[in-house]
Design a protein around this ligand. Structure first.
Ligand SMILES: [Ca+2]
Length: 643
């Protein structure tokens, strides 16, 4: 495969961009004729702290022409506007200013390749005269649809609410596997996990699929400049050689890059001490599969003290570079690492919530008659310092953890507001598609589990919204069943470029104009035995059995053995058991099978009726054999028959 990447030493890239936030003498509120309101546009390093609330929380209004008539959401937004106004008033004394930036000293070409290098199908396009839209591609790690626009009564997410209010929100969007790397590999290649063969976190995409054409790679071949900041593919699988044509800005002059995950010295110390303690207790096993560090942090620091805030500044600078220096449409990907553990966010986002008002999971028990292997023992969270190694977490810790998760949601929402506002600043909002997706859901105590990595609704359902300059309907929520694997063909269609033949999704572009039309019959996901896998979907390592998880894993095995009887076999259940799940309009089916024997009878089947049981509290498969057989037949027919 041809590599598009040029050597770093060959590039003229200056990695120390002086951001537009450095260039203004004063902090200003800008009245932008393209907006209906005011927004803080630029600040200096000196006044970053003083203005952080305004910059982060201030409502960044969207032009009138994109406004929706959807009243229910509008009412919600007005409440949030009021909240923002109160915060702004509390920070009176900040001076209005012009957002028109001075020259962009210190910024230089970051392009990795010439147009000729991109291979077949190249088109050249100029930002000013092309009709090919730009793409702002926003990924959020481990975000379940815990947002105001999804009906969360507690989440403070004004910017994503507004995007949904002026775009299209998908109420029933599903990932293809509820864990980072497989989900992202599927989305980015447009192929399902069964095709990519990537079921674990620690397998390289290119090892398995050296020639598959990824979404940004396909856009490069069709005349786009592509760049990313943060987490788009999984760590270590960034595909820089093929998927990205341009280096992003790497540093912001005058603003220190975060050195690590934590800001508080006591947490940095705790992390190091805990690790040493585990190492002395368990030896080398502690190095594999165990993390041991605080699960959360609240520090009174500016947004850019943590990686998502800093990456947001890089993405904004990269955007401006591409607009000002490029002659092609851009595909800019911004990947937020929160609300993935550890739940670290600036204190001001924690302060948006009254902990006593945070509701806990509505149903904290495993499904009645559900699969014993369907739920894991919350390993990912339990590796963290201060979390019980077995048993329930208790109400106080549970509330703190959910508070921490929500703080991260609001932190990411604020950063997204900045990136979207930058489209306006750069003058390209009118020709840019915005798509926002989460890679999978998360159990926050739901079903008694803390973590992702199951085949149930709470882990497979994801947030997904899209905004285009010319969509005919705004502010609607579509109940159509859509999948993350659909994003690739959708963006191809919206950009007017061909769809590669290997794609296994279905463009949902027609839903933008008619969100309530009849659509897919089913959405599909899969996950290998959650109960006997590490949180990264890998088979259990000796390290897990040799540490504090040994007794817990024993309990899990006994539970499965009790349910499965003579079919129990550790090798089969730990190494080869795959759960295939299908969501139809009404039901969720989960079929547990030996992955090596696709035609064999399932080892266990679950059916949940979302009409009567939206929380999936009871498996009704054995009570409804006819229905179950029908659903299995539909599942066996697969995604191709469900279009
Ligand atoms: Ca994830």
């Amino acid at each position: 495969m041809q590599s598009f990447r040029t050597r770093r030493s060959d590039r003229k890239c200056c990695e120390a961009a002086e951001p537009r936030i450095n260039r203004l003498a004063d902090v200003d509120l800008v009245k932008d004729p393209r907006r209906t309101g005011t927004a803080i546009r630029s600040i200096t390093p000196q006044n970053l702290d003083a203005t952080k609330h305004s910059l982060d929380i201030a409502k960044l209004k969207i032009p009138d022409r994109f406004s929706s008539t959807h009243r229910a959401r509008q009412d919600n937004m007005e409440r949030l506007h009021f909240l923002s106004l109160l915060i702004l008033l509390g920070l009176a004394g900040q001076t209005p200013c012009s957002a028109q930036q001075a020259g962009r000293d210190g910024v230089s070409q970051g392009s990795r390749q010439s147009t000729e290098e991109t291979g077949a199908g190249v088109q050249t396009a100029n930002q000013s005269d092309t009709k090919q839209p730009n793409v702002l591609f926003i990924a959020i790690d481990d975000l379940r649809p815990e947002l105001g626009c999804y009906g969360s009564e507690i989440a403070v997410s004004p910017h994503l609410n507004e995007l949904a209010e002026t775009g299209l929100l998908f109420n029933r969007a599903y990932c293809q596997q509820a864990i980072c790397r497989p989900s992202r590999a599927s989305l980015m290649t447009g192929a399902r996990p069964e095709t990519t063969g990537l079921f674990h976190n620690y397998v390289s995409l290119r090892e398995l699929q050296p020639n598959i054409v990824t979404l940004p790679q396909h856009f490069i071949a069709n005349g786009y400049e592509t760049a990313y900041c943060g987490k788009i593919f999984h760590h270590g699988d960034e595909d820089e050689a093929h998927s990205w044509s341009r280096d992003p800005v790497k540093r912001i002059k005058g603003i220190e890059k975060p050195k690590g995950a934590f800001a508080l010295p006591e947490n940095i110390k705790a992390r190091n001490e805990d690790f040493q303690r585990m190492l002395s207790k368990y030896g080398e096993a502690a190095r594999r599969g165990l993390a041991s560090e605080p699960a959360y942090e609240s520090a009174d620091v500016p947004d850019h003290a943590y990686v998502d805030g800093y990456n947001t500044l890089l993405a904004i600078e990269t955007l401006h570079e591409m607009v000002e220096q490029g002659d092609k449409p851009f595909f800019l990907a911004m990947g937020f690492t929160k609300p993935h553990l550890n739940w670290i966010a600036p204190k001001k986002y924690w302060d948006l919530y009254d902990a006593d008002q945070i509701p806990m999971a509505l149903h904290a028990d495993a499904p009645r008659d559900g699969a014993a292997m369907g739920l894991h023992a919350s390993f990912e969270l339990r590796t963290r310092a201060g979390i019980p190694k077995s048993g329930p977490l208790g109400p106080e810790l549970s509330r703190t953890l959910k508070h921490a998760y929500l703080a991260c949601v609001s932190y990411v929402d604020a950063q997204i507001g900045k990136v979207i506002a930058a489209l306006d600043d750069a003058g390209v909002r009118d020709n840019t598609i915005i798509v926002v997706w989460g890679d999978h859901g998360w159990h926050l105590g739901d079903m008694g589990v803390w973590g992702k990595a199951t085949n149930y609704e709470i882990a497979t359902r994801v947030p997904l919204m899209i905004w285009t300059p010319d969509m005919k309907v705004r502010g609607e929520t579509s109940d159509a069943l859509v999948e993350l694997v659909d994003i690739y063909p959708t963006l191809c269609e919206l950009a007017g470029i061909s769809k590669p033949s290997h794609l296994e999704g279905h463009s949902f572009a027609p839903l933008l104009d008619d969100p309530h039309q009849s659509w897919k019959q089913a959405a599909f996901s899969q996950y290998p035995n959650p109960a006997l896998r590490e949180w990264a979907a890998n088979p259990l390592s000796p390290a897990m059995r040799e540490t504090w998880f040994g007794p817990l894993i024993q309990q899990v095995e006994q539970r499965i053995e009790k349910q499965q009887g003579t079919t129990w076999d550790r090798e089969l259940f730990e190494q080869h058991l795959m759960g295939y799940t299908m969501r139809t309009d009404r039901y969720r089916l989960v079929v547990w099978k030996d992955h090596r024997r696709p035609d064999a009878e399932p080892l266990f089947v679950e059916v949940y009726d979302h009409h009567s049981d939206p929380l999936e509290t009871e498996n009704i498969a054995s009570k409804n054999p006819g229905l179950t057989a029908e659903l299995i037949e539909q599942c066996n027919a697969g995604w191709e028959a469900a279009k």
